[in-house]
Design a protein around this ligand. Structure first.
Ligand SMILES: [Fe+2]
Length: 291
């Protein structure tokens, strides 16, 4: 459909940070027709570059999910088309939001198998770095694994854990660290060696390579309490990555687990430093052999 006359083609999608048209659950219409040729061109540049890169570094489940979604560099995807794929795969769907949304609304969406995807796309001068999520980060990074039944069930369990975390001292901070390390920055061991599945890594050109090949970061075996106690960096590449054996491991650590004893034990403590090393940590080398 042509660009509506009220929206000049030189302007990017107008919903960046505009919450005025959001519903009570913070969702908006994607208004796909409002994406400009430049919006699509920025998507194309990001998508082509990152798909090429992650084909060498991403977990096989992520790559098969990317293929299943049917998205391409040609255009920013239409959410309703993607939702047909997700419905058949795991019963999830994506909903459009204007940007970050409050914790309670976010947890509620996940618990209902809805993943909020930011509707607008960054400008060309922000190709390599953006402080907040946009449609490229949210879609390219997060949506492929929603086709994976085990990971999708973990994400629902994560959302269901939200209300108790919000009601417990220190709980929300601890639950947020689980999301940060195991959804945004997670690594997984595969028969081919360490691979990336975290959305924050896979939507970043620099961190995709650094997380697997970098000499500086430490890579530790996943352990639930260790993850939930560890501070993280928001302004630089991570100092520590946690490594799963399988998505089943993450699911079973969280599904049906009452986190309350962990909140009670650690919720009031100072977090472990982002680069802390404990005697109990199991350290994996960058060239970890296949299991
Ligand atoms: Fe994200």
């Amino acid at each position: 459909m042509a660009q509506p006359p009220s929206a000049p083609v030189s302007q990017p999608h107008g919903l960046r940070g505009d919450y005025s048209r959001a519903a009570a659950d913070y969702t908006v219409s994607q208004d796909w027709e409002r994406y400009t040729p430049e919006d699509h061109a920025v998507w194309a540049a990001l998508y082509r570059r990152q798909l090429e890169l992650v084909s060498h570094y991403a977990a096989p489940e992520f790559l098969s999910g990317t293929r299943a979604l049917g998205a391409s560099a040609a255009r920013i995807p239409r959410f309703e088309v993607v939702n047909e794929v997700l419905a058949g795969a795991t019963g999830w769907r994506i909903v459009a939001v204007p940007g970050l949304i409050p914790d309670q609304a976010f947890f509620d969406h996940l618990a209902q198998r809805r993943f909020p995807v930011t509707v607008w796309i960054r400008r060309r001068e922000e190709l390599d770095y953006l402080v907040e999520p946009d449609v490229f980060h949210d879609f390219f990074g997060h949506v492929p694994l929603l086709t994976n039944p085990v990971f999708a069930r973990f994400m629902q369990a994560y959302g269901q854990a939200g209300p108790k975390a919000m009601a417990t001292a220190g709980g929300l901070r601890m639950l947020s660290r689980l999301y940060w390390y195991m959804v945004e920055f997670g690594l997984i061991r595969t028969t081919a060696g360490l691979r990336v599945y975290g959305a924050g890594i896979l939507s970043s050109k620099g961190e995709t390579v650094y997380s697997i090949e970098g000499a500086q970061p430490q890579r530790l075996r996943f352990e639930l309490a260790r993850v939930m106690r560890t501070d993280y960096r928001i302004d630089a590449f991570q100092r520590t990555y946690f490594v799963l054996e399988s998505f089943d491991e993450l699911f079973h650590a969280c599904y049906g687990t009452d986190f309350a004893p962990l909140y009670l034990r650690y919720g009031s403590d100072e977090p472990l430093a982002a680069d802390a090393r404990l005697p109990t940590d199991e350290v994996l080398s960058a060239d970890t052999q296949p299991r």
